[in-house]
Design a protein around this ligand. Structure first.
Ligand SMILES: Nc1ncnc2c1ncn2[C@@H]1O[C@H](COP(=O)(O)OP(=O)(O)OP(=O)(O)O)[C@@H](O)[C@H]1O
Ligand SMILES: [Mg+2]
Length: 240
């Protein structure tokens, strides 16, 4: 579903944030992307979402090249940034309708899905209010709902569990699993290693812009814990 080949990003000013990264996320797979602060996770996720240009390499979603066919690739992808920066002057329902219009979701589907996810996240009663009046977590839930109503083939999330209450986190885990059960794929960054270990089928570990480990979670973790493996791997590299 997602193939990243030799992705390299050098920011204007000369900082190479990610170098020669290759990664594959298959349909039905949840892939956890972990790494220290500044390792290059957001830089990679934003390129996959098609909102950050890059220096070298190729990114394909469902076989569509994000640079050559950005509209085709983006039509299959929903991206949830780490900071839910949504148009504050809109009401929640107006934002969801805007997204539904952009992605051509029929009136009956949008009504059903907004009702379903709005009720599940306990946001239905607030959808008539201005987004400016929402708490951080409520904005995050609204952004999540806007991604879920699209039924994306690939869902890309940057630190989705930060700021969500336990009930919403639990719900989100179920929805990520549902996307995979329906043949989609999920690629997300997280610092919550317990969640990654339990939820992800595969793990990719990035350090200082380079992928240092990737594979099925069971293989990566072995008899240890993801935390121990991660700390061991990154410590060794820091020393060398
Ligand atoms: N706009 C930018 N211009 C220049 N350098 C940048 C820019 N954005 C990020 N970087 C640099 O790229 C590197 C990777 O940053 P990135 O945001 O991808 O890290 P991250 O893994 O998402 O970290 P965190 O866990 O803190 O979110 C860092 O060294 C950062 O300073
Ligand atoms: Mg980041």
């Amino acid at each position: 579903m997602l193939t990243i080949s030799h992705y390299t990003k050098t920011y204007p000013g000369g900082k190479t944030a990610v170098e020669d990264l290759s990664l594959h996320v298959a349909p039905g797979e949840i892939c956890g992307f972990i790494g220290h602060n500044g390792a290059g996770k957001t830089t990679t996720l934003r390129a996959v979402a098609g909102i950050l240009s890059f220096t070298q390499g190729r990114i394909c979603i469902g076989g569509r090249d994000i640079q050559k066919d950005p509209v085709g690739a983006k039509a299959m992808t929903a991206f949830l940034p780490d900071n839910p920066d949504i148009y504050e002057f809109l009401r929640g329902i107006e934002y969801l309708n805007l997204i539904a219009d952009l992605y051509e979701i029929s009136a009956s589907d949008r009504q059903k899905r907004i009702g379903l996810y709005g009720d599940a996240f306990g946001l239905t009663g607030e959808l008539g209010s201005a987004i400016a009046s929402y708490s951080h977590g409520m904005k995050q839930k609204l952004a999540l709902i806007s991604a879920l109503i699209r039924r994306p083939k690939l869902l890309v999330l940057d630190e989705p569990f930060v700021g969500l209450d336990p009930a919403a986190s639990h719900l989100l885990k179920g929805y990520l699993q549902e996307i995979c059960d329906e043949g989609g794929a999920v690629f997300f960054s997280t610092h919550v290693l317990e969640v990654a270990e339990k939820l992800c089928h595969t793990i990719a570990i990035i350090q200082q812009g380079r992928l240092i480990r990737q594979g099925p979670t069971q293989e990566v973790v072995g008899d240890s814990s993801l935390e121990d493996v991660f700390l061991g791997l990154t410590e060794r590299r820091d020393v060398s």
